[in-house]
Design a protein around this ligand. Structure first.
Ligand code: SF4
Ligand code: SF4
Length: 419
């Protein structure tokens, strides 16, 4: 079934046997010790709602809203409960049928009027980075007491001081610089294409050096992941449908994404656009860049970097897509690169799509904890395969700690001198 107003499916709910094995893995349960803030508790709320024992009230909504969607519970569950579909359906039902307070509605309206649209976000990101350098962030933080002002203050705090918005040229085929192994397409997304042009460039450089032609089509737009994870199903469907219509006919062997959050939705378009053969065929070709490079095998000449890298496994990579070993193997393929993992490495950093904008208190606790476990490693750089995690970790880390997508380190190693 597609996500929408109907709510969580009973048969999915009934696969939960209440064993509680998921509880220790759940960050919101760990923080609150409240059963209703656990996966089992949230599934039980959904069950009670379907049974008519409770209504779609503010209490139910708060417990569903507070779920990060980190999917640590999915990994921990021995019964294979499809919690991802359940939470997406519950959040979509809330979006369709619950009247949020006007402040929350406005905040979400502003977020989704800007973030999925690179042409709107780019000038605002530049302005935001400039105002951050001028110290406006501190003033905004001091004055913001809630609603849109507080969200803008949180967004400003997340922005890098210099918005890295120069992106590789679109509508272009970048040619392989090694014996040709195939052709891939690069998915550019929304937030990534505004703030992480250097990641896109690194992906192109590495893929070309590995023998792949890289097609970067223009006019791609957002894949719908941000909207889907926040329950905004109609918008997610529109964006996903537009992306499939724009790219579906391109002749590439694989579509590559550098964003873990996008990858998990791009691979599940059947959930958003059921019964659409074009979207299924598109989804089947999507690969996260770590997954693709690992599957193909590295052949290029990676030169020593000599650095200690703290790797943070993004939840939507490790938990939602099961891509755990691949990023570590790629980083360890760089000569001289020592890879270390922080304690509690599987715990969410609090980014979680728009979570750090709409649930800032929990996001802050998790962000600080993640930053401090990374700081203990005394690394030269923190690496993670999701743009939201990069922003969140940088926000709570010492400004002297560099951060990068793993593919940027591979590209740096390619460029490094052997002298
Ligand atoms: S997705 Fe994450 S926050 Fe939500 S219930 Fe599962 S473990 Fe807890
Ligand atoms: S581990 Fe799985 S089956 Fe057990 S309570 Fe959690 S979701 Fe339910």
């Amino acid at each position: 079934m597609s996500v929408g107003a109907t709510g969580p499916e009973r048969k999915l709910i009934d696969t939960c046997v209440h064993c509680g094995f998921c509880l220790p893995a759940c960050p919101t349960y760990q923080l609150s010790s409240n059963e209703a803030e656990s996966p089992r508790g949230r599934i039980d709320l959904m069950r009670r709602y379907l049974d008519g024992a409770i209504g779609l009230d503010a209490d139910f909504v708060a417990h569903i809203d507070s779920c990060l969607g980190c999917m640590a519970c999915v990994k921990a569950c021995p019964s294979g409960v499809d919690y991802e579909t359940l939470i997406v359906e519950a959040k979509s039902m809330i979006h369709a049928s619950f009247q949020r307070p006007s402040r929350q509605r406005l905040v979400r309206k502003v977020i989704f009027a800007i973030m999925p649209y690179p042409a709107r976000m780019r000038p605002l990101a530049r302005l935001g980075s400039l105002s951050k350098r001028l110290g406006v962030e501190r003033i905004a933080k001091g004055r913001a007491s809630g609603g849109v002002a507080a969200t803008l203050a949180s967004a400003l705090a997340l922005l890098p001081r210099v918005a890295n918005s120069a992106v590789p040229a679109r509508n272009r085929l970048y040619s392989a610089s090694a014996p040709r192994r195939g052709v891939v397409g690069l998915l550019t997304g929304c937030v990534s294409s505004v703030l992480f042009g250097s990641t896109e460039q690194a992906a192109i450089d590495v893929l070309c050096a590995e023998g792949f032609d890289v097609l970067v089509p223009g006019g791609q737009g957002c894949c719908g992941a941000l909207a889907e994870h926040a329950g905004e199903a109609p918008l997610a469907r529109r964006l996903a449908g537009a992306l499939v219509a724009r790219l579906g006919r391109e002749q590439v062997d694989a579509w590559i994404t550098t964003s873990a959050g996008c990858g998990s939705t791009l691979k599940s378009y059947d959930r958003l656009l059921p019964g659409n053969p074009a979207s299924r065929e598109f989804s089947e070709r999507v690969r996260d860049i770590h997954e693709f490079l690992y599957q193909q095998g590295l052949r290029a000449d990676y030169k020593p970097l000599g650095m200690r890298v703290a790797y943070h496994p993004a939840c939507h990579l490790a938990n939602a897509q099961g891509i755990v070993d691949e990023p570590l193997a790629l980083l360890r393929a760089i000569p001289g690169c020592e890879v270390v993992l922080p304690g509690q490495s599987g715990t969410c950093c609090g980014s979680a799509g728009i979570y750090n904008l709409v649930e800032p208190a929990t996001a802050q606790v998790l962000g600080k904890a993640k930053a401090s476990s990374i700081a203990e490693l005394h690394a030269d750089v923190v690496a993670t395969g999701n743009p939201g995690c990069l922003l969140q970790i940088a926000r709570y880390s010492d400004p002297g700690l560099a951060s990068a997508h793993p593919v940027e380190l591979l590209a740096r190693s390619l460029r490094a001198s052997t002298a």
